[in-house]
Write a protein that binds this ligand. Structure first.
Ligand SMILES: Cc1cc2nc3c(=O)[nH]c(=O)nc-3n(C[C@H](O)[C@H](O)[C@H](O)COP(=O)(O)O)c2cc1C
Length: 249
């Protein structure tokens, strides 16, 4: 019964899980300016709470078809106000959110994750020039803040786009191409990306889920537990806290 909000009233294709089984995604309501400001305040409040609760920092999720990504995309964002239209306008909400959070908790505690050209949730970004213009102006405006890092999900971390965005950001870059790159991030792939200087660090997902001592295993070149996808979204401890440590194998 909750309201569904988005930059524009566009439903994504496909179906989602509901109490009544799988149903088509509903059409969201286009956010009003007041709702955009309220969402910004919610982001800031959440970040403050994370720091108060003891987290070292917060990663702002501007990737993978979620709300911030939707604002950046010319397909998902068809607004005609100051939050839509030009690349600069589409970047505005993300710039505002990241800037406000950096002011609230300190830029050195804030990272941003983006996924340009990744069309999860129908957030299509198919025009390379527009992608460069949009993410370029985004990073030009964030660069002076001195954020902790930029984390980019892209199929080609060493390619022109990501490396241009790295120059525009001019800070620490983390990359990940897992779900698009065929198979999970491996030690070898991560090593290649670092040796080739595609990034300062590589983010690891599935290997870390399955190996509580992944760092020690990768340091020593030891074998790994295989992730069990059937347990990925399970509700209990199984698949979360019961993968064995190396010494127990
Ligand atoms: C169980 C699972 C859940 C995930 N959930 C999310 C999510 O909610 N939001 C998101 O942006 N990415 C999510 N991801 C994608 C990861 O952030 C990461 O990009 C992906 O796993 C690729 O990295 P890897 O090859 O190291 O696993 C998820 C991945 C897995 C395996």
């Amino acid at each position: 019964g909750r309201r569904l909000l988005a930059p524009s009233a566009i439903a994504r294709t496909g179906e989602t899980f509901t109490e009544k089984g799988e149903q088509p995604y509903p059409v969201p309501e286009a956010m009003t300016t007041a709702e955009i400001r309220a969402a910004l305040e919610d982001f800031v409040t959440a970040a403050r709470r994370a720091i108060e609760a003891g987290a070292d920092g917060v990663e702002i999720h501007g990737a993978n078809g979620y709300l911030l990504h939707q604002f950046l995309s010319p397909a998902a964002n068809q607004r005609t106000d100051e939050y839509g239209g030009s690349p600069h306008n589409r970047a505005r909400f993300v710039v505002d959110v990241v800037t406000a959070i950096a002011q609230a908790v300190g830029a050195e505690r804030v990272g941003l994750r983006i996924s340009p050209e990744v069309d999860f949730g129908d957030v299509f970004e198919t025009d390379r020039d527009d992608v460069l213009a949009t993410y370029g102006t985004l990073l030009d405006q964030l660069r002076p803040l001195g954020l902790a890092y930029l984390s980019v999900l892209h199929i080609e971390p060493g390619g022109d786009l990501v490396q241009e965005l790295r120059r525009r950001f001019d800070g620490k870059l983390i990359v990940n191409n897992g779900p698009l790159g065929g198979g999970q991030t491996t030690r070898e792939r991560a090593l290649q990306q670092i040796v080739a200087d595609h990034a300062d660090a590589v983010a690891v997902g599935r290997a870390l889920i399955a190996n509580p001592d992944l760092v020690e295993r990768w340091q020593g070149g030891h074998p790994q537990n295989e992730p069990r996808p059937e347990l990925f979204y399970g509700p209990g401890a199984e698949g979360y806290t019961d993968y064995p440590f190396l010494e127990a194998v």
